[in-house]
Design a protein around this ligand. Sequence first.
Ligand code: HEM
Length: 370
Amino acid sequence: MIASSPADVRTPIAAQQPLPTLRLVFLLLGGLSLLAGLNAALLLLDLPAPLTGARLSEMHGELMVFGFLGTVISLERAVAARRWWAYLAPATLGLGALSLLSVLPVAVGQTLIVLGLAVLNLTYVALWQRARADEVAIQALGAVLGLGAAMLLLGGVGFPQTMPWLVGFVALTIGGERVELARVGSPDPRLRQAATYLSVGVALSAGLALTLPQTGVRVFAVLTLALVGVLVTFDVARKTIRMTGLPRFSAACILTGYFWLALAATTWLWAGPLLEGPGYDLVTHSVFLGFALSMVMGHAPIIFPAVVRRPIPYHWSMWAAFILLQVSLFARLVLGDLREVPWTWQVGGALNVAAIVVFLLVTVTRAVKR
Ligand code: HEM
């Protein structure tokens, strides 16, 4: 998703790549999954929503993690890989997630998602052949976890049991990208090696969490915390936060993203496996909203132009979506889930939805106006 490097997306776009129109279609699939997931989120909060239906709320997790994040991640990786077949990943992930809402059996959509993630894994093989770098290995480990999670879900394992795999998928994909960008500010190879070894540990402990949940989830949490520590230590965001405009905005998103991932890991370390209730909501959304969505907001003005060849000039209104997301996450996760203050969970959740809608409106408006 968010990975970009001198070696891939920033190079002139090769002639054999599909036209941006096709990429826009894939991006639209991811956008539709996000909108359907937000609709489902309102239903899960017991709030009025534009569309209703039991299947919609049941598919919230799949729509968000695979339909939205998976499609966007694999689209960006396909652009970087410059292979036509790599675009099969965003196509099957987007279509697979949306078909979960159709009359087709759920297994059809889940199988398409497995296929999409298998293609994403092959895309990393192609990227590895081009550059045998730590960051590619870390992101590839993330994709292996994503594929594993999709196969577990297809095999009937529940979302809560699969959570370390899904968290690993997102954390290692984004973490690998930060390692890549850190080359600019911190040439020390030991930090990159430390991030790689920790990522291998994170991936292995996700497997352990499935068989020995009490131990596995805590080992996963310790290693994730250590990984966050290493990433923060050499992330360029610590320097660019002192700049102005887009660099400062992106840095604020990235540093707050790390905070939310660390909060999720700390909660797991303290409480062990959380399969339902406020603790489950806290861990899930610290990672997927606090970490992943903050990172998406911070990287969108950089990555979006590389994917669809349309600039998104920085504008102060980007801060509105970011601040609304952070304040609403604090209300929902800290006041609602941790402190159990009445109504803050529901109001915070509704404002989470509003923050993402504001982010989409600002991004699309800036792209159209440029
Ligand atoms: C934007 C506002 C959002 C709201 C209001 C929201 C709300 C919810 C609620 C109420 C649940 C049920 C929690 C429980 O069972 O205890 C849930 C589950 C979940 N959400 Fe969200 N969510 C949002 C965004 C996201 C995003 C962006 C992602 C991922 C990128 C995501 C991923 C998940 C996952 C994986 C689950 C677990 C699904 C399951 O156990 O079946 N959510 N969400």
